[in-house]
Ligand binder design. Structure first.
Ligand SMILES: C[S@@+](CC[C@H](N)C(=O)[O-])C[C@H]1O[C@@H](n2cnc3c(N)ncnc32)[C@H](O)[C@@H]1O
Length: 284
């Protein structure tokens, strides 16, 4: 594997310390409904699903409970341990793989790939996002679908505030600082958690995609039928949308050849009809 410089998401303690804030019981409780909606948007043709950047397994477990054969891939050992424990408790079998999303590829293995809850755009080099999409494309069966669920640039531009603060139910004060950089393509964040008089700071940065930018990246690697939504209910995407959801399909050889056959047949029909018209005109 290529040696890479360490990035913020490589630090397991980031995910451990923020776990109670990122993965609340409410977020776990929301997962079955999110998965149901994701399935409605993507209409997978089979039962094999990849939850890419599965974290503690929110979506993976909900999918397995619905009878899907699930593979969960994530880089953070701490989160995968949480995922394993929750899957055991839920009595579901899931294949867990600890790997970087840039490296995971399993040709033609999945009917569906989900990338949920802001798990895309983490890399300093945007080509690494494209590489991830290439691997997602390769890992899908023909006709398979993928869904990416992130915050969109249009919505962020509308509500952007460099400094916000709020108090969590347990009394923790969260101060958030945000800075946009790299020609409005990336965001640098600092979360400062203040609890019992002690402050701890967490810094991370990632790319923010507009709907059109994400669509272009998906099309660049071969995806077709890219549709954008503003939430998992399938509402329209725009500056007021809470989320940017992209659903895309890998061209299906079977359906493609079917439609090619249909085109051929209708071409033949058109030729016969044109011949009949010529004959009628010649008889007049
Ligand atoms: C915001 S969490 C979302 C987790 C999960 N998708 C969910 O819906 O709860 C982002 C996840 O991406 C994972 N991640 C970050 N960088 C990664 C990488 N380079 N390769 C694989 N996973 C990565 C993190 O470990 C974390 O689990």
């Amino acid at each position: 594997m290529t040696a890479r410089k360490k990035e913020w998401f490589d630090d397991d303690s980031f995910w451990r310390d923020l776990y109670p804030f990122l993965f609340t019981e409410k977020r776990f409780a929301d997962a079955p409904d999110e998965v149901k909606k994701a399935l409605t948007l993507t209409k997978p043709k089979g039962k094999s699903v990849l939850d890419l950047c599965c974290g503690p397994g929110r979506s993976a477990i909900a999918l397995a409970k619905r009878g899907f054969a699930v593979t969960g891939v994530d880089k953070a050992r701490y989160l995968l341990e949480k995922a394993r424990a929750r899957a055991r408790a839920a009595k579901v079998k899931i294949e867990w793989v600890q790997q970087d999303m840039r490296d995971f590829v399993r040709p033609e293995a999945f009917d569906l790939i989900l990338n949920m809850f802001t798990s895309f755009g983490y890399f300093d080099d945007k080509q690494d996002d494209v590489k991830t999409l290439e691997h997602m494309f390769a890992s899908l069966k023909a006709g398979g679908a993928c869904l990416i669920h992130v915050k969109g640039k249009e919505g962020l531009a509308k509500i952007f505030q460099p400094l916000t603060s709020n108090v969590l139910p347990d009394g923790t004060i969260v101060v958030q600082r945000h800075e946009i950089f790299d020609d409005w393509s990336r965001i640098r964040n600092e979360w400062i958690l203040i609890r019992k008089g002690r402050a701890k700071s967490f810094k991370f940065h990632h790319t923010i995609y507009s709907g059109q930018e994400l669509k272009a990246c998906l099309e660049q690697v071969g995806f077709t039928n890219v549709a954008l939504y503003g939430n998992l209910d399938g509402d329209e995407y725009g500056p007021d949308a809470q989320w940017l959801i992209a659903v895309a399909r890998k061209p299906g050889t079977r359906s493609a050849s079917k439609s090619a056959r249909r085109t051929k047949t209708s071409g033949r029909r058109r030729k016969i009809a044109a011949g009949a018209t010529r004959l009628r005109q010649a008889r007049k």
